[in-house]
Design a protein around this ligand. Structure first.
Ligand code: HEC
Length: 97
């Protein structure tokens, strides 16, 4: 199962590869994929989404919930590469107040 996951990550890698590297990627991914529930500032809370400005998760917990999803929150590991998930985690941490 782990191997399959890794393979899927490798296959999906690079789908956004032409977007410039850097912290801007996390922002673009967040605004495209996450803001419909979490809002651009992370505080929207649609469909019971958590307020990301108040979130106090460790990196490992972010990785887990974003990769695997929870309740209505989709699992992103099929749609985003490992690198993109890391970029979006960095951006989510910037939203914290
Ligand atoms: C369809 C709506 C939806 C979308 C799209 C969505 N989320 Fe969520 N998210 C949720 C919901 C609902 C929860 C609360 C899950 C729970 O704890 O039951 C949540 C929880 C979270 C949490 C946990 C916060 C905490 O403090 O517990 C993080 C981090 C998070 N989302 C990040 C993201 C990121 C990053 C994206 C985009 C890649 C994203 N979400 C896209 C609905 C969504």
């Amino acid at each position: 199962m782990k191997t399959l996951l890794l393979l899927m990550l490798m296959v999906t890698r690079g789908s956004y590869s032409n977007i410039t590297e850097g912290p801007g990627d996390g922002k673009a991914i967040f605004e495209n994929e996450c803001s419909k529930c979490h809002g651009k500032d992370g505080a929207r809370g649609r469909f019971g989404a958590k307020n990301l400005q108040k979130s106090r998760l460790t990196d490992a917990e972010y990785l887990k919930i974003i990769s695997n999803g929870k309740s209505i929150m989709p699992a992103w590991k099929r749609r985003l590469s490992g690198e993109q998930i890391n970029q979006v985690i960095n951006y989510v941490k910037e939203l914290k107040k």
